[in-house]
Design a protein around this ligand. Structure first.
Ligand code: SF4
Length: 322
């Protein structure tokens, strides 16, 4: 079994997004030796560099060069900063870059992420594509934007990018957690606007007639190496006991509370990288593409948007937001 490894070279970031799960108590960073050692200890299928902004690591370019030399499939998740700061040589080493867009207009995106972020992201998309690097727009689906996903997908498709959605998972705050109703409302709107290519969201999978046969890939197909050097099964993993803190944002969903297994369920969700009102989730919309999984499921019957984009499914990302 080969692993998709998510690596956070550093938890430093130039932004301070309100939904971010990164540790802000101190800055940690991995060394080239730690990254190389991890790749030698594990059978590696792919490596994603994600949260924080990897370009802030002093040896970022050297580490990218070393990873590329190993022949692993490399991807980067960025708020635009790292792409902006990467040389053409470094950027070209990535098979794919993901850029974060959480709102469909410049004013809303900048209000949420920081002034100038929209322009930086758009410039990053254009530059990566000019270098032949595939671009995916990534949205964290939250209480504050679940109705806007079709508009954001249109922005992505207009830019010639793929589109992927991560459901918000509460690590530091519950403020952005979706209710079940909001979760479904958001996906209904998105599926009415674009065709699903892939998803690891088990409930969504089941409702679309494509049962989640193999369970979560967290810890089995994907692992994450944190800037502290910890190897964890999931990007949302928090080593604190789930109920150790009265302020812990992870709660057993109301719908599950009468069940005797609800406590275990909450643990399971944490282990699987999910919490509260949503399950381990990644929905991917790829422009103009379809997968064998999608073509053999009722997903095909979902109405395409005007831009004739399609939606499909894949493994949860080892890194989830930036
Ligand atoms: S969400 Fe990403 S861009 Fe925003 S503060 Fe966190 S690491 Fe930085």
């Amino acid at each position: 079994m080969e692993f998709n490894i998510g690596i956070g070279l550093t938890n430093a970031c130039d932004l301070a997004c309100p939904h971010c799960y990164r540790d802000t108590d101190r800055i940690d960073q991995l060394s080239l030796e730690q990254v190389t050692s991890a790749c030698e200890c594990l059978p590696v299928r792919s490596v994603n560099l994600g949260t924080g902004e990897n370009g802030l690591h002093p040896d970022y370019a050297e580490i990218v060069r070393a990873l590329a030399a190993r022949g692993v499939k490399l991807s980067l998740t960025s708020n635009g900063y790292t792409i902006d700061r990467s040389s053409d040589e470094t950027l070209s080493a990535f098979r794919e870059v993901e850029v974060s867009i959480d709102f469909p207009t410049e004013a809303e995106q900048d209000a949420f992420r920081g002034h100038g972020n929209w322009k930086r992201v758009m410039a990053a998309i254009e530059r990566a594509q000019r270098l032949g690097v595939t671009v995916t727009v990534l949205t964290v689906m939250m209480k504050t934007n679940f109705r806007r996903l079709p508009e954001i997908a249109k922005v992505a498709f207009a830019a010639g990018a793929n589109y992927r959605v991560n459901v918000y998972q509460p690590v530091k705050t519950d403020a952005f957690t979706l209710t079940y109703e909001e979760f479904w409302d958001g996906f209904r709107r998105l599926l009415a606007a674009a065709r699903l290519v892939s998803t690891t969201e088990p409930i969504l999978n089941a409702m679309l007639g494509a049962p989640f046969k193999n369970g979560s890939g967290c810890g089995r197909q994907t692992v994450r190496i944190t800037p502290k050097g910890d190897i964890v099964p999931c990007v949302y993993w928090n080593p604190r006991p789930i109920c150790a803190s009265r302020t812990c944002p992870r709660k057993v969903p109301t719908a599950c509370s009468p069940l005797p297994s609800s406590r275990a369920s909450a643990w399971c969700r944490r282990s699987a990288g999910a919490a509260h009102s949503s399950r381990p989730a990644t929905a991917v919309a790829r422009a103009g593409a379809s997968s064998p999984a999608a073509s053999s499921s009722p997903i095909r019957t979902v109405r395409s948007c005007e831009a004739r984009r399609s939606i499909s499914s894949g493994l949860p990302p080892p890194n989830a937001s930036s």
